[in-house]
Design a protein around this ligand. Sequence first.
Ligand SMILES: [Zn+2]
Length: 400
Amino acid sequence: MKVNLKYKEQKLDFDKRSLPALIVFLVLLMFGLILYFSWRSGRTPDEEVAKKDITVVTTIFPLYDMVRNVVGEEDNIKVVQIISSGSSPHTFEPSIQNREDISNADIVFIVGAGFDDWVKEMIEDDTNIIDLSEYVDLSSYENVTIDTKMSNKISKFGTSCMQFEGIWLSPYNECENITKEQCSQIGGTFDECASSCRNLDKEETACIQVCVPVCKFKSDKEKSEGGSAEKDPHFWLSIENAKKIVTEIYNNITSLSENNAQELYNNTIRYLTSLDETKQYISSRAEIVQENQLITYHNSFEYFAREFGFEIVATFEEHEGQEPSAKYLTELISIVEEYQISTLYKQPQMSDEVLSAFAEDNDLEIKTLDPLGGGERTGSYIDILLFNIHSIAGSETEGS
Ligand SMILES: [Zn+2]
């Protein structure tokens, strides 16, 4: 009661008597602010204060974490992750919030190579988008054993086309009536107004010319001629690639804000050193592994495998995002026998119902490999790598 009263008295006091004093105060404050800002703008750019606010947007968690490490404690730089951890980037549908984040970003880092290129379609001016796949040596999917052995990339496009309720024209590798975004998501080239008569002979006249949206894929033949076979975009799982990406992240952010350069430089050097140490550690753990041939769920571990001396002999997935057919599973059993495989690797972002049943039927152990992380035990890019090598080789504390 007493406290309340005191407060009221004070307030009253202020209202009644200090109005002129308040005006004087406000004038002084304004004067002071003007002085402060003119002083501030007169300062040279290398002084601490002039760090401008920057928003950096990334798609998947591993990139987000790399940016976080480069940025460190520089709180004028905001880092945003678009594809939430735990969801599969291959089936990701961007939200309105995602669109806003992307169009408001000062810089956007994407994986590229067909992985998250839909980001480019979202904004008119894509000069702020840095496609990190341009800074690494990409290997093509052709190197993945299972792909050359069993899966047919073109029919994979056909399935994706039909999933988007498009019309699949198999002889022409074309998908009609899907959107530009869906097309780029599945790696095709979009033409919003192709002629409905494009695939007919000139002599044939019974065709009415109308505009059809068409998503076109290169056939295997065209691919080998053009030398642009489908590239494997999961390059971040190689530490050597990660070092290249991190360097590019540093270069691009500092080009926007020179005043952060010194801090970012120190952070980057520190991070590159820990990446090197992680690589050394993983190599030493990889050496003790007896079973070097692996079957992973999804074909995302080629770069990791190559760097650390493993071989992916098959993927459990026949086509991306689909349950494998019975025929495929029969072939998989023969691979399991051929390489005397004892373990199947599932992936947290993918459903593992069919995999579990298959493993049980064939007496296989199930372990997890995570290419994306962001979970409890994979809360940083380095932790993702450690989680994966421990999954394959066991951790030191477990004594392998
Ligand atoms: Zn993938």
